[in-house]
Every structure is written in structure tokens, then in C-alpha cells.
Design a protein around this ligand. Structure first.
Ligand SMILES: [Zn+2]
Ligand SMILES: [Zn+2]
Length: 347
């Protein structure tokens, strides 16, 4: 099946139109006409080879929403016309203990990523959602609740699940005291989801600049980390701190804000941090943890939860041809809070 997308041909070149083939659906495949694709920081890192592992051409995009256009003979759960989503994974071994527990993101063989991966059957490179069509194994296709605004759903399957999964893992619910550090694509979803789960939510940011936005997104309180007095008063007052900052930073000011047995979860920065001090961890049994997206069942649970609560990201819709400009704006954090590509603009 011929399709059209946008690809990076090298780390130095801007993304440009790219024609390629999608496989014919296998017996357990779902073919999808893509309506929208969210723009994640990982897309930008991949296009520019920031992690040193990019294979070119690279077609990014792992926040995909679309309609089923065809299904293989063995597909029972989807029919043509269904509204569906595809996130960061398109396959895994489905045999190991992690896969059996529904934690495919931690598959012992490594999950197959939506782009930059390798198909487990034929070895071909995987191409992501900056394209008109995609073909995906049925078990990795998600259902989209009918009531949600489709133009805003896409970021839920990366930014949404990345913040939802740790909130669920650490049992956030009514009465939980949650702080969210950083207010970009991930952080703004963390606020909405933690509020939706019933937690008391505080946003921590360097200055007061984002206070109004934080409260508008539903946060109950705002804490400026530059305010030493306020930081001292906030010691030992959180059960969970969701750290969404996507660059190297210092977590030492945040650890003492956790109560005994509290956990700071890193979901933004993939790489080094400033050296952490162990004293506040030891004197308070505080934990520093990390978390990677979520399993398929949990991602579906998150979509259904967002459907019931009508939780959606704040999005700015762009045309496919505006992607390079969007990347430049993302590098300056000049987006509220996620770009979503309207794939009807690609032809
Ligand atoms: Zn992502
Ligand atoms: Zn596995």
C-alpha cells in the first residue's frame, strides 16, 4: 500500500515529503487512515539524531488517531470505521513475564517502537504517524471513546499515559498530595490527570510566571522553587512528585519536599541529572524512581478514564508542512501545550 509521509533524511535536513510503502495487512493487522498525529519531544530528538541511534529516513510520530480502513482475517475486536489510536509501541514478544502482566513497554526482548524500530516479522524499519496510513498488529491498537474531540486525543497515547501510569503505580487517588514539576506537554497532562484522580495537586515551577496557567489547568496550589521560604514550608508535604522536566536538572531541591515513603518519579529527562544527595532519601525513606509510558491495557484504561472525565490536552493544530517551524518553537517551549498535526493537510 503506497502512502505519503514526512521524513527526515539526515540529522541536518528539515523534514520533507516522503513516499513509502505500508505492508498489506496480515491476518492480525489493522490498517488505519491517520486523522491526527501529536508532536512529541522524542520526534524532534529522533529527527535530529540527538540520541545517536536514528536510522534514516526517519518518519516520526507516535501519538496517532485515525479510522480503521481494513482488518486482517483474524481480527475480531475492530471493524472498518472504528475510531482508534496507536501510541509508542506497535508490537512486543507477548510471551515474557512483563508482556503477560500487560507491561509490554518493559518486554524482556524490547518492545517494537512505532518509529525507528524493526518489524518483528519481516525486519523492515517501522515508520511513524507523520503519514496518511499505518498498519499495526491488532493487540497494539487502542479504542478512542466516542465523546472525545478527536483533534485533541492524540497526545493522550504518549504524554497522557507517560503521566497516568506513574500516578496509578503509586496509587494516587482522593487525598493524595501530588506535585508536578515542569509544565510542558507532559506536565500539563500530569496536572489534569492527577486532578481527575482526585489528588490535591501543586505545580512547582521556578518563577511565578506560570502560576495563572497552572491554576487554570486545575492545579490547587502553586509553588515557586525560587522562593526559599515557600520551599522550606513545603518540606515533607507530598506523597508523589512527578518530575516532567525534559533536560538535565537538579532534583535535590525537590526530594525533601516528599513525605516519609514519598516517591519522586522522573518521566521527562532520559539521560544524566545533577548528582543527587542521599541524605534526604535516607532520612525519610524517600524514593527516586523512573517510569516509561504504560502497557496497552493501562493505556486503554487511561483513554476510557479521559472519556468519562472529558480530560484532554491543550493543543495547537498545525498543518503537516508547518512541522519544521513547530520543532523550532518546541525548542523554545513556545507551545501551549502540544502540537497536533491535522493529517488532512498532507496530500
Ligand atoms: Zn512521545
Ligand atoms: Zn515480552
Amino acid at each position: 500500500m503506497k502512502t505519503l509521509g514526512y521524513a527526515a533524511q539526515s540529522a541536518q535536513e528539515p523534514l520533507a515529503p516522503f513516499s513509502f510503502e505500508r505492508r498489506e495487512p496480515r491476518a492480525n493487522d489493522v490498517a488505519i487512515d491517520i486523522l491526527y498525529c501529536g508532536v512529541c519531544h522524542s520526534d524532534l530528538h529522533t529527527a535530529r539524531n540527538d540520541w545517536g541511534v536514528t536510522l534514516y529516513p526517519a518518519v516520526p510520530g507516535h501519538e496517532i488517531v485515525g479510522r480503521v480502513s481494513a482488518v486482517g482475517d483474524d481480527v475480531a475486536d475492530f471493524v472498518v470505521g472504528d475510531t482508534v489510536a496507536v501510541g509508542c509501541m506497535v508490537d512486543s514478544c507477548k510471551e515474557c513475564d512483563q508482556c503477560h502482566q500487560g507491561e509490554e513497554q518493559y518486554c524482556r526482548e524490547g518492545n517494537t517502537q512505532t518509529y525507528g524500530g524493526q518489524d518483528r516479522v519481516d525486519g523492515t524499519p517501522t515508520f511513524g504517524g507523520y503519514s496518511k496510513h499505518i498498519v499495526v498488529r491488532d493487540e497494539f491498537v487502542l479504542r478512542v471513546p466516542e465523546n472525545l474531540d478527536l483533534a485533541r486525543v492524540a497526545p493522550l497515547v504518549c504524554a497522557g499515559i507517560t503521566t497516568y501510569s506513574p500516578l496509578r503505580t503509586w496509587n494516587v487517588g482522593p487525598g493524595s498530595r501530588v506535585a508536578v514539576v515542569g509544565m510542558g506537554g507532559l506536565g500539563h497532562m500530569g496536572i489534569k490527570l492527577a486532578v481527575g484522580l482526585g489528588a490535591h495537586v501543586t505545580v512547582i515551577s521556578r518563577t511565578e510566571a506560570k502560576k495563572d496557567d497552572a491554576l487554570e489547568l486545575g492545579a490547587h496550589e502553586f509553588l515557586a522553587s525560587s522562593d526559599e521560604g515557600a520551599m522550606a514550608l513545603a518540606q515533607a508535604s507530598f506523597d508523589v512528585i512527578l518530575d516532567t522536566v525534559p533536560v538535565k536538572h537538579d532534583i535535590n531541591p525537590y526530594i525533601p519536599l516528599l513525605d516519609v515513603d514519598g516517591t519522586l518519579v522522573i518521566v521527562g529527562q532520559v539521560g544524566p541529572l545533577a548528582e543527587p544527595m542521599t541524605v534526604p532519601m535516607i532520612f525519610g525513606r524517600r524514593r527516586v524512581a523512573g517510569s516509561l509510558i504504560g502497557g496497552i491495557a493501562e493505556t486503554q484504561e487511561m483513554l476510557d478514564f479521559c472519556g468519562r472525565m472529558n480530560i484532554l490536552p491543550e493543543c495547537e493544530t498545525i498543518a503537516m508542512g508547518e512541522i519544521n517551524e513547530a520543532y523550532e518553537r518546541m525548542e523554545k517551549s513556545d507551545v501551549r501545550y502540544r502540537f497536533v498535526i491535522d493529517m488532512a493537510t498532507l496530500s
